[in-house]
Ligand binder design. Structure first.
Ligand code: ATP
Length: 286
């Protein structure tokens, strides 16, 4: 049996540069792995794929499909296809990452299955090959395979590893409601942003360790879209900032808001949003 931590991500920035001929959006995003994770266990089986999910810890988890529509299942199929072998696998996932929250919950399970099958079947594929398989499953899967801090371009699959940033604590607040990623991008296209995050400048600021300057530049072009559906996002951000967060921003297509902080302010920040009805998670940057 092999076990993998399937860690969530936050977007320190998210920019959309346009729509490509293949229908995907061209993006430029600074992605960060965090410690909050699902646990994925894989066991060899005589053939085929099976999937069990323990969703007791997440809201709405009963709606996640447990068949070939699940990203973890798709990942196992993509791994078999790449290797040209009918590698049987029984997958068990204990979910903790909230779904449709902008934290890559599904993509990270897929990434863990790909990494885990490489260990289970001792196939010795390189990280690059694992990312190629991940790309077939979803645009965020390659980042979830390698983790850390990265600039993600193309449709999200072209990754440049960045210098790891300081180990800040992270407070996540997931307000009620879900945002579907396709809906967010479609709504964005009707009214594209005029402000964009200066990703190159932020990367230089990270290199110098000038985090305070970098935080001021964090920006997510999908936030205005998400606010139309879930106005509570703005309220969560102002409360977390007032409680001492260094930065508070929506992740991905939302609606989860993250705050970065030194450990000493974690309690104050999480208490500032505890009556909002949002689900709160306290975690760290990896
Ligand atoms: P992203 O940040 O990549 O946009 P997300 O966190 O917003 O992702 P997910 O949690 O991945 O969104 O869920 C989006 C959809 O994917 C849900 O409708 C869910 O049913 C489906 N899904 C498929 N497989 C999984 C999985 N293993 N875990 C969670 N959701 C899954």
């Amino acid at each position: 049996m092999v076990r993998e931590n399937a860690r969530a991500k936050i977007n320190l920035t998210l920019d959309i540069l346009g729509i490509r001929a293949d229908g995907y959006h061209e993006v430029s995003m600074i992605m960060q792995e965090i410690e909050l994770c699902d646990t994925v266990e894989l066991e060899k089986s005589s053939g085929g794929i099976s999937l069990k999910m323990d969703v007791a810890k997440i809201i709405g988890g009963e709606n996640i499909p447990c068949d070939e529509k699940n990203l973890a299942w798709k990942a196992a199929m993509a791994f078999q296809k790449y290797c040209g072998k009918n590698f049987g696998v029984d997958i068990s996932i204990a979910k903790k990452i909230p779904m449709a929250a902008g934290l890559a919950g599904g993509s990270t399970d897929a990434a863990a299955v790909i990494r885990g099958m490489n260990r289970l079947y001792e196939t010795n594929l390189t990280e690059n090959e694992l990312c190629k398989i991940g790309e077939q499953v979803g645009s965020d899967v390659p980042f979830c395979i390698i983790g850390g801090t990265c600039l993600a371009e193309g449709r999200g699959e072209i990754l440049m590893r960045l210098a790891p940033i300081k180990n800040f604590s992270v407070v996540l607040a997931k307000p009620e409601g879900e945002i579907s990623t396709p809906w967010a991008y479609k709504t964005y296209d009707e009214n594209p942003a005029k402000t964009h995050p200066p990703n190159n400048e932020i990367i230089k600021q990270f290199e110098k360790g000038d985090y305070d300057a970098a935080f001021k530049n964090f920006y997510n072009v999908l936030e205005n879209v998400a606010l139309k559906k879930i106005p509570a996002i703005a309220d969560l951000e102002s409360k977390m900032l007032a409680a001492g967060a260094k930065v508070a921003l929506m992740s991905g297509s939302g609606p989860t808001v993250f705050a970065l902080t030194d450990e000493k302010n974690v309690k104050k920040i999480s208490e500032s949003v505890k009556d909002s009805g949002a689900q709160i998670f306290i975690t760290k940057i990896c």
